[in-house]
Design a protein around this ligand. Structure first.
Ligand code: HEM
Length: 512
């Protein structure tokens, strides 16, 4: 009798499993007909990955999107479809991109990233939040990035840039070998963001194994999930949430939670006021400047603090690395930049001030051209809240459709940037910029959901660049890569190989 029951149970379990697999594959097949049914140009997907075959293993997703961008761009369509587990619309038309990101933003406020507030509180941050919750937090945090706050931070940033210069000088004095640039740039940006945003001395420049930089590197270089699995849980957020799937590594989460808690407790106990980002967060926690029900919880503060650290240190250090690499390959641009910096030092009585930093258009253009060629984020992502009629067509982007504006494809489109692989800062001369569509340059996204940290990012990049070019010459060496390609396993566009450059100290070394 007992044996019969067991057999029945086993049969039922097997039936449930088989039916579930059949149903999942039926749903997936149905989902993979989405673009065909709507007559939207696309390439045929394969079960189960859609168009993600090889992505995150052999190559970065940006290469797949770029090749489809080139394929469909010449057909004149406004957008085409791909499948990353679910259907996604890739926007080709820049007017449509502008409508989505700016004019009709109210219908495209959400980004749809995965977070799990209960089991993974650090994941519920400004980048992953959507709807009214995002709106409320964004308006609270915006004052922390005002130009007044930036000016206040500037002396700290220059102090850390000088330290970077000292550390590099020590390094090349001890050994004549070429330098792993990204390592130094990460240590610099980790110290800047740690210091300016949270008043934490991360000490990464003095100690390459300092915990902040170690954990920061781990969070980015050895993420908890592969890009393909991340795309899966993002596509099926509700199920992933029920299953309690986390996106941040446990060791990284525990370290940052603890560090932030210590800082909060220390400041509150010793009544320390530093007028920085952490102060603004603490005001919200303690309900100053807010309605009572608007206060932020400790977890909310910790999540924002953590995302600012992560977003702030990797993006800018990668940009600095890409920039120095291009300057080493294009010595004429590097020499022009150094001349411009020398003249500026003379004009500003040999003092590197905030005003001098803002008065260096050629340096700004070099950074713009770096972010054009290497935009960090391959796409800007949104979700349609309601059905959306595409202007000038009879097409409708349906409610809940995922949308990507292909930043890398646009930045490498010869229609907007002739000879796109050429590094040419003159593309950003003001007359040239005026000739281009405003959406042809999107390194920080655009509209109300654009990067909140763009100005602090640029400040730390300009400051390092000016200080470094004033003191060193950067040269390609025998161990430098021929070109920068992107790491397949990382979400952002960061170099797959280490970037080694040779540094030659200049007579004018002033950093100490
Ligand atoms: C070169 C450096 C940087 C680049 C290229 C960059 C790029 C971006 C991009 C493309 C987005 C998405 C924008 C959109 O969807 O329209 C973004 C969002 C964001 N960035 Fe940055 N970023 C940089 C530095 C920073 C820094 C220094 C911080 C903070 C200190 C920061 C914090 C954020 C946050 C919190 C968001 C989400 C904003 C929201 O959803 O409201 N980023 N960034």
């Amino acid at each position: 009798m007992f044996e019969m029951d067991l057999v029945n149970v086993l049969i039922i379990v097997v039936l449930i499993i088989v039916t579930s697999i059949w149903y999942a594959s039926y749903r997936q097949r149905n989902a993979f007909n989405y673009w065909k049914k709507r007559n939207v140009p696309h390439i045929e997907p394969k079960i189960p990955y859609g168009n993600l075959e090889g992505v995150g293993e052999k190559f970065h997703v940006v290469y797949m999107i770029k090749s489809l961008y080139d394929k469909f761009k010449c057909t004149g369509v406004k957008y085409f479809g791909i499948y990353q587990w679910r259907p996604i619309a890739i926007i080709l038309d820049l007017d449509l991109a502008k409508d989505i990101l700016i004019k009709d933003f109210a219908n495209f406020t959400d980004r749809g990233l995965y977070s799990n507030r209960k089991y993974d509180p650090l994941s519920a941050n400004l980048t992953t939040m959507d709807g009214d919750e995002w709106k409320r937090l964004r308006s609270k945090l915006t004052p922390a990035f005002s130009s007044g706050k930036l000016k206040f931070m500037f002396p700290t940033v220059t102090r850390i840039a000088d330290r970077l210069c000292d550390v590099l000088n020590e390094k090349i004095t001890i050994s004549n070998k070429s330098v792993d640039i990204i390592d130094f740039m990460m240590r610099y940006t980790s110290d800047v963001i740690g210091n300016c945003a949270f008043g934490i001395e991360c000490n990464s420049l003095n100690n390459r194994n300092a915990e902040f930089i170690t954990m920061g590197r781990l969070a980015i270089k050895e993420q908890r999930h592969s890009p393909r699995f991340l795309a899966l849980i993002t596509s099926y957020k509700r199920i992933a949430n029920i299953l309690g799937i986390k996106s941040i590594r446990d060791d990284v989460a525990a370290f940052f939670m603890h560090a932030i808690q210590e800082t909060v407790e220390y400041r509150e106990k010793n009544e320390i006021q530093r007028n920085d980002f952490m102060d603004i967060m603490l005001d919200f926690k303690n309900k100053k400047n807010t309605n009572n029900n608007e206060a932020l919880t400790f977890n909310e503060i910790a999540a924002q603090t953590n995302v600012f650290f992560q977003a702030g240190f990797e993006t800018s250090s990668t940009t600095l690395t890409n920039c120095l690499y291009e300057l080493a390959k294009n010595l004429d641009v590097q020499n022009n930049a150094r001349n411009v910096i020398r003249i500026a030092y003379e004009k500003y009585d040999n003092q590197f001030t905030y005003e001098m930093m803002m008065d260096l258009p050629y340096i700004h253009q070099i950074v713009q051209e770096t972010l054009r060629k290497y935009p960090i984020s391959a796409t800007v992502n949104r979700i349609a809240k309601n059905d959306y009629c595409v202007a000038g067509t009879d097409q409708v982007i349906e409610r809940n459709t995922w949308i990507k504006v292909p930043v890398f494809g646009i930045h490498h489109d010869p229609e907007y940037y002739p000879n796109p692989e050429k590094f040419d800062p003159h593309r950003f001369d003001s007359e040239e910029v005026k000739k281009r569509h405003s959406m042809a340059y999107l390194p920080f996204g655009e509209g109300p959901r654009g990067c909140i940290g763009a100005r602090i990012a640029l400040m730390q990049i300009y400051t390092a660049l000016v200080t470094l070019l004033h003191n060193f010459e950067f040269l390609i060496s025998s161990d430098s890569v021929d070109s920068i390609t992107f790491h397949p396993k990382q979400a952002l566009l960061s170099p797959k190989e280490k970037v080694y450059l040779k540094l030659r100290p200049l007579k004018s070394i002033t950093c100490k």
